[in-house]
Design a protein around this ligand. Structure first.
Ligand code: HEM
Length: 156
């Protein structure tokens, strides 16, 4: 199965990490934890969809249990955790290469000066944006915009 997955050939040879010189190996445990987090969350999200579809198809109604809707609320933020974990698995798994077998990460580090200025600027912009989003969401939660009457805006 792994031969098929890795090489698309049932007789393909899967070469183990021990064939890579120790200096060229990524921090395996970080990659493993990140991958397991991603795949674990992905599996739970898929299960949630299965519960939803089965309830709709066999009971012809929406799920009614509290835990289902609690899980739906949690699904949003944990999807983001899965996304970051997937990205971590890819980026850390490629180390020590930035371009596999062509350029090492250490060779790619910029020699530019004054990077702190750009970094601080970015942090200020994003903290400002986060504050604006929080302020807007709180305002919306307190005073939702008036909803339009359905069909009132339809052009003749
Ligand atoms: C059973 C579920 C999942 C499996 C089996 C799976 C599998 C994979 C694999 C094989 C990779 C490539 C790793 C590599 O570079 O070698 C990957 C990358 C990634 N995954 Fe998942 N994944 C799952 C669920 C998810 C979920 C639920 C999300 C996000 C909501 C996610 C987000 C990502 C991201 C962002 C990357 C990195 C892509 C990139 O930078 O190229 N994955 N995943």
């Amino acid at each position: 199965m792994l031969s098929l997955l890795a090489t698309h050939d049932p007789n393909g040879r899967v070469v183990g990490l021990s064939s890579v010189p120790p200096d060229d190996r990524p921090p395996v445990n970080v990659v493993r934890l990140a991958f397991q987090t991603m795949a674990g969350i992905g599996t739970l999200l898929a299960l949630l969809s299965v519960v939803f579809v089965l309830t709709c198809v066999f009971r012809r109604r929406l799920p009614r249990t509290r835990w289902f809707y609690r899980a739906v609320v949690v699904a949003g933020p944990v999807s983001l955790v899965a996304l970051i974990a997937g990205w971590t698995a890819t980026e850390v798994g490629r180390q020590p290469w930035i371009v596999y077998e062509t350029m090492r990460t250490a060779q790619a580090v910029t020699r530019s000066n004054n990077l702190e200025i750009g970094f601080v600027f970015l942090v200020v912009v994003y903290v400002g944006l986060a504050a604006a989003v929080a302020w807007l969401l709180r305002r919306l939660a307190r005073r939702p915009p008036e909803t339009e009457v359905a069909g009132s805006e339809v052009a003749a």
